[in-house]
Design a protein around this ligand. Structure first.
Ligand SMILES: [Mg+2]
Length: 215
């Protein structure tokens, strides 16, 4: 689906695509750049696509506990003219080829909008991509988690109703860590948030992610 700066990949063939009993289920939402693949600044060439350290362990976990994964990504490089949608599609294909448990990936939501896109647009920190995924894929946002390297990822999650948020230090994570901590110290109580700070995906962080779904 390509429409006015938006694109969605929906993987109908996945065993998790239809929810059992039509019930809403939790999901793991991941930002793309700096979380699923290494942040390589407006990636247009598939040779620049490299999985982020340990992310395959997250897909393994999702597979073992039957939790779907949704990727939501801003691609302003398209509006800025650094890449075309065709480049984005090739990068997506390469990324998927590197994921071991592809059967957990239900959808990839993307927008090619400029940072000055209006408030109701698909661009994070607006929650539109997440809300659209929740509606289309029967997801329970209250029980879902969002993992991102930027504050705008986490605020998009928050605005959508996700309160379990993970900030990772990969990608832009290091430069934004302080700002993230400041924002959440200020807003934690009022929003009943649970924010976890991790350095990268490793055994411990995967155990921590698992805990969210064991409550
Ligand atoms: Mg990112």
């Amino acid at each position: 689906m390509l429409n006015n700066g938006h694109h969605i990949n929906l993987f109908y063939e996945n065993r998790l695509f239809l929810s059992k009993n039509n019930k809403n289920r939790p999901a793991i939402f991941l930002d793309r750049d700096g979380v699923v693949i290494k942040e390589n600044h407006y990636i247009s060439d598939i040779s620049e696509v490299e999985l982020e350290f340990g992310v395959n362990d997250v897909f393994e976990l999702a597979d073992s506990i039957d939790i779907p994964v949704i990727i939501v990504t801003n691609q302003s490089g398209i509006a800025r003219g650094f890449l075309k949608w065709d480049d984005y599609f090739n990068v997506t294909e390469k990324m998927i080829s590197l994921i071991n448990k592809k059967n957990t990936l239900l959808a990839i939501y993307s927008n090619g909008l400029n940072p000055d896109a209006p408030l109701y647009s698909w661009r994070k920190p607006n929650p539109s991509m997440i809300l659209n995924a929740a509606f289309t894929l029967n997801l329970d946002l209250k029980k879902s988690i969002f993992i991102g390297d930027r504050l705008t990822d986490l605020t998009a999650g928050l605005k959508s109703g996700i309160t379990q948020l993970i900030h990772i230090r990969t990608g832009h994570g290091s430069e934004e860590r302080e700002e993230v901590e400041r924002f959440f110290t200020k807003n934690k109580l009022s929003h009943n948030l649970e924010l976890k700070l991790i350095d990268k995906f490793n055994k411990q962080s995967v155990i921590d992610i698992h805990k969210y779904f064991n409550k």
